[in-house]
Design a protein. Structure first.
Length: 172
């Protein structure tokens, strides 16, 4: 099962995705893995607090992989009995842009990995295209990349949910 969980800031995306992943994991073999791919870099105390809050919600069953760039490699190499949660694509795009990497190439690699994955994959991403047009070029570019990747990933998954006030609206 491959799922994309979209929503705005503080819409409940991560908690909902974590619960989905744990539900899928509980239906797997006892040897199944539950992997949390965290894309957020540790940049300041406030981000450390957010990361700590996320970790406090999860039990010891989770294997946490802090990976800001090469998330496709983890998806590609995971076995069928694995459930992977990627949280989140928005910070991943930020990391790609910040490091001046070829965003389009990384998008293609991730889409191929998701499409061919034998593992369950749940992906969290922000929906940014519902607000004002950003004032500067870099912000518009970021928003455009986000919208494009959300569309590409949505084509590769079985289900898409849009989170509103902690509630899922299943789009597909």
């Amino acid at each position: 099962m491959k799922q994309l969980i979209l929503g705005g800031a503080r819409s409940g995306k991560s908690l909902f995705a974590e619960n989905l992943a744990q539900d899928l994991h509980s239906k797997q073999l006892k040897t199944a893995k539950l992997i949390y791919i965290a894309t957020s870099p540790r940049i300041d105390d406030e981000m450390d607090d957010r990361i700590a809050a996320h970790k406090a919600r999860r039990n010891d069953v989770w294997q946490v992989v802090e990976e800001p760039i090469n998330i496709a490699d983890i998806v590609k190499t995971s076995q069928a009995e694995t459930t992977i949660l990627i949280d989140c694509l928005t910070l991943w795009i930020n990391n790609l842009i910040y490091r001046n990497l070829n965003v389009e190439t990384h998008f293609e690699t991730l889409c191929q990995a998701v499409e061919t994955a034998s593992a369950n994959v749940i992906i969290v991403s922000n929906e940014l295209g519902m607000g004002l047009v950003p004032e500067d070029k870099l912000s518009r570019e970021f928003r455009d990349y986000q919208g494009k990747l959300n569309q590409l990933i949505a084509q590769k998954v079985d289900k898409v949910a849009f989170m509103v006030a902690g509630l899922p609206l299943w789009v597909r």
